[in-house]
Design a protein around this ligand. Structure first.
Ligand code: GYE
Length: 326
């Protein structure tokens, strides 16, 4: 009898132990099981970038059981982005993501990422073509050359094929600026002999600079018929400068820009902006899904391209503005 009791006790103990170990394996994921991702943001030059940041932080904050986000703000300095990336390497994150402030100067730190075996996702901007493309894994971004071409086609129609045009460029050396310019200028050169681009200057993607540069161009040229702004923020500045010069934005001077932020749609409804070519900053889901795939050892496309639209006045309604996510 005693034997039987001890046998039963041992059996009960085994069952308990099994239950315990099962419990353990079902327990909440430990920290290391989470997708650890380092994001080195450029800074917050305008609403567009703030929307991108908010989307990423919001997305990660709702999934803290599976995602561990380390977010750095480089305050507009490439060297700070590089520092942040090196910090992520030291931490041993699973994936590093960042929008390269400018196209050049990344070889060294990208090589360090590669040597550490950490995949890199470029976000919203690219790096120079001459960089060995094995140094990054993929890019999640809009097609900026396409955006420039679309802006040129719309401008050509707005001007009826002839007139003087000026261009407000984005941050010097940023792929988003270089490629939008390339798309716009080459379309114009190939298709619009009657349109002359008389000036092209950087407004650094900001409203204040856009306004300042536009004011100086208005003082230098009195026959400007159109302005292509590399982002909506500079278009807002240009609108202010045009008004201050006693002219009507959208009528006396046609304005086409890029991004598709809510404020641009409002300006289109007000008749002060003629078109915005979309470039979505809502990239979080793609960033985290891609990072998870990379952590799982999957291969992904080299360029995950956003699906953007072209918004001329005929396509913009109050409903569209009200439902705009950014
Ligand atoms: O268009 C602009 C921002 O890199 C695509 O950067 C991004 C651009 C965006 O400052 O508004």
């Amino acid at each position: 009898m005693k034997k039987l009791i001890s046998l039963l006790l041992v059996a009960a103990l085994c069952l308990t132990l099994t239950a315990c170990s099962d419990n353990n394996s079902n327990a909440k994921k430990t920290k290391n099981d989470r997708l650890v991702i380092g994001f080195a943001q450029i800074g917050h030059e305008a609403g567009w970038r703030d929307a991108e940041t908010a989307d990423i932080q919001w997305y990660a904050a709702r999934r803290t059981d599976t995602i561990e986000l380390h977010f750095a703000d480089a305050q507009g300095q490439q060297e700070n982005q590089i520092k942040a990336i090196r910090g992520f390497i030291d931490m041993g994150v699973d994936v590093i993501a960042f929008p390269p402030l400018v196209e050049t100067g990344w070889e060294e730190v990208l090589t360090e990422c590669k040597n550490a075996g950490i995949p890199v996702i470029l976000v919203d901007r690219g790096v120079d073509d001459s960089i060995d493309d094995s140094l990054y894994t993929t890019m999640i971004a809009s097609d900026h050359v396409w955006a420039g071409e679309q802006a040129a086609i719309v401008m050509e129609n707005l001007l009826g094929g002839s007139g003087v045009v000026v261009e407000l460029e984005g941050t010097v050396g940023a792929s988003a600026a270089v490629q939008r310019k390339q798309g716009f200028d080459s379309y114009m050169a190939a298709n619009c002999p009657g349109i002359e681009i008389v000036a092209s200057e950087s407004g650094d993607f900001t409203l204040d600079m856009g306004k300042e540069v536009m004011a100086s161009l208005l003082a230098a040229y009195d026959s400007i018929a159109g302005v292509f702004c590399h982002n909506d923020e500079m278009a807002m500045g240009a609108i202010e400068a045009i008004k201050e010069a006693g002219l009507k934005p959208g009528e006396d001077i046609k304005i086409v820009s890029v991004d598709g932020v809510k404020g641009a749609f409002e300006a289109i409804l007000a008749g002060e902006l003629n078109c915005t070519v979309e470039c979505t900053p809502i990239l979080a889901q793609q960033i985290f899904d891609t990072a998870a795939a990379l952590k799982a050892g999957e291969t992904v496309e080299k360029w995950i391209m956003s699906d953007d639209g072209v918004y001329t006045a005929d396509k913009v309604t109050q409903e569209l503005v009200d439902n705009r996510a950014y």
